[in-house]
Design a protein around this ligand. Sequence first.
Ligand code: DX5
Ligand code: ZN
Length: 217
Amino acid sequence: MAVLAPSIIAADYRSLAAQLALVEPYSSSWHVDVMDGHYVPNLTIGPMIMDAIGKASDLPQDVHLMITNVDDTWEWYAKVGARRIAYHHDQSSDAAKLARVMSEAGIGPGLAVNPDVEVADIEPFLDLVDHLIVMSVYPGFSGQKFIPEAVPKLAALRKLIDDRNLAIELYIDGGVSPETAPACVGAGADVLISASAIFAAGDPAAVARTLRDIAGS
Ligand code: DX5
Ligand code: ZN
């Protein structure tokens, strides 16, 4: 059974706590999209907002770093209570070592896998991470169209994880909506990440409930 992790990137920041409260009943964690204006051409949020989320909600916060200097800054997010931190493997000077260091610090390390990154590229890290984020858009912006090639990639990773009995949770991120979610669940995703489908909707709670139901089906 899969679960839902809303990405707060598309929330209305004039009333963040109220937005979180709307969808929290259908959610198992928050997905925090950190963008630095270097790795991607967009700038989003950082530890200050995570601190605010922590005061507004008890759900765990899982961070997705879309930044260049992962080695130097991941601890900022650990300090404000991140449960898991995912990064793009080519943005660390030593992605394997970073996963080990995070684990020792009590953080669940993960890799985010861009559409042009092959399963083989991340295979060396599979024993070191506790989650993988299959990207179904190129990182940078919420509201992009779901790239369908992510579905066979999810299925391939699901098989690898099951065949090797790896303790890895499989996330899907980008363009996840009530239309695209069933294929993701069918391919073996454990966690559906979704931003604009929820927060740009007239009734965010209703969409979150629908996604939660699809995840749990
Ligand atoms: C993409 C981010 C995603 C994305 C999700 O750069 O990592 O988390 O914003 O947004 P939607 O669900 O709107 O595609
Ligand atoms: Zn993300």
